[in-house]
Design a protein around this ligand. Sequence first.
Ligand code: AMP
Length: 299
Amino acid sequence: MEITRTFSATRDRYRGTVGLIPTLGFFHEGHLRLMEMLRDRCDTLVVSLFVNPTQFNDPSDFDAYPRAEGRDSALAEGVGVDILFAPGVAEVYGGISVTTVEVTGVTDEMEGRHRPGHFVGVATVVAKLFAGLQPDLAMFGRKDAQQLVVLRSMASDLRFPIEIVEAPIVREPDGLALSSRNVRLGREARESSLAISRGLYQAAEQVDAGERRGERLEETVARSMKRLDVDYVKLASIATMKPIDTLDEPAVLAVAATVGGVRLIDNVIFDWVDGQPSPDRGLLLDTRSKLAANGMITT
Ligand code: AMP
């Protein structure tokens, strides 16, 4: 595996079909699963590692975001990544930088409402990665469901000839969605955080049993999370990312809450199979994540 710092040096190393996974680094088993999945679909697998300052609406969150390039490069190499693209801020934003990418509509609610400016930062940096790296495929996780829809819209509107590939949410055996932020959860907060996935799974059960009322599904999740500091619990259309009252189209039940000072997001996407909603409960790891738990390489 090679580590590159510039767009052009990265492109110079391509052969065959190129797959890209944009990340903020500090890899956990969720990231590694994405890498394994895309590995099978391309000849050159590129993972970008860039803690993008413009997508953090809260400067203290940017400062606290865990960073460890040496650790990350060993993990990426272990799952067969060809190139780890780890640019400095100047490579991405240097020179005359007066252009931003704003995706409208699908950014109005949920994360867009609670993190002003976040999606402009995300769409702008991913547009730069797409233009500068020119991959054939790009993979994003369903963990960030609204981000996925925002980036699909951006890629389609700007006519990037890039296939967007979705990956399911990778979860701890007890349900907690893996996140680089989980290393900041204390023991008690880690326990409390389970209320999020538990609530989502209960709502998924209700849907399997025939419930279609959005309010009821949101109530179920909110009840489970009543001890947490909740930003939102919303049933939203996948097409528009706008709230819907009835689950009668592909949708996401999405939540954000702060636990022990750490902001977590999670969701269940309802795909549509044979005219019925089919909850995507994600991929449960067999054993507790070592990387997301303490940030050390123990594998
Ligand atoms: P991040 O480094 O958090 O920006 O994540 C990089 C990519 O990995 C994004 O497309 C995320 O949606 C995805 N991702 C992060 N955590 C998970 C997870 N637990 N399951 C699936 N995808 C994930």
